[in-house]
Design a protein around this ligand. Structure first.
Ligand code: CA
Length: 231
């Protein structure tokens, strides 16, 4: 089956250009001109990835992203945000809202397609039918489910990959750069500081009701997954 990409963008010329190039590369393409249409579209036909413009009429792309993350069907769907804003603060805000990656306008269709492929590759679980476990955290790789003490833990795709990497190497300390490679891939254009944003989200999701913080911060270096690590 062709992977389906939903383009949420109100600039029709850009949508036409992206649709043409994505279809030529073997993708099934859906479109929505604003956030409301996007919500209707994902309910009708769940996409494998969403390309979401920041500047949309009515609701901003950031708000659409937050809403998509709140819906069970699209909680883990990879989202690439299109933006004309290059500021670091905006970047962090965008990632905080749940996006997986960023493409800054203007960009070439080839560049976007490369990102779409990279994000889709990362979103697929590396192994099937396996479970990773550490302490009271259990990750079901095939079903993309995580529980802590039996309580479901809802993670975005990037947090899921980070946790998967930690669970595969418990106790080991990873630098931000190593975590970037593991969760975003070597060809990603992501700044090391972005790792902190996602670690914060991972911690928040994992340490729900005052449970021990399992992620240890190694000052000026990076992070590790430890049993009952002190905050
Ligand atoms: Ca727009």
């Amino acid at each position: 089956m062709k992977p389906r990409v939903l383009i949420v963008e109100d600039e029709t010329a850009l949508v036409t250009l992206l649709r043409y190039n994505l279809e030529r590369e073997g993708f099934d393409v859906g479109e929505a001109a604003d956030g409301e249409e996007a919500m209707v579209s994902v309910a009708e036909h769940k996409p494998d990835l969403i390309v979401l413009d920041w500047m949309l009429p009515k609701m901003s792309g950031i708000e659409v992203c937050r809403q998509l993350r709140r819906k069970a069907e699209t909680r883990a769907t990879p989202i690439i945000i299109l933006t004309a804003k290059g500021e670091e603060a905006d970047r962090v805000r965008g990632l905080d809202s749940g996006a997986d990656d960023y493409v800054t306008k203007p960009f070439s269709p080839a560049e976007l397609i490369a990102r779409v492929r990279a994000v889709l590759r990362r979103a697929k679980p590396a192994f099937g039918g396996e479970t990773l476990q550490h302490d009271d955290v259990v990750m079901d790789l095939a079903n993309h489910r995580v529980t802590r003490e039996g309580r479901p833990v809802h993670l975005g795709p990037t947090e899921f990959r980070l946790l998967r990497h930690f669970l595969a190497h418990p106790g080991r300390v990873f630098s931000r750069e190593q975590l970037l490679d593991a969760a975003w891939g070597r060809d990603a254009y992501v700044e090391p500081r972005t790792v902190d944003v996602h670690i914060r989200r991972l911690r928040k999701a994992l340490n729900g009701d005052g449970q021990a913080d399992l992620i240890r911060t190694v000052r000026a270096f990076g992070y590790a997954l430890d049993t009952g690590a002190a905050a």
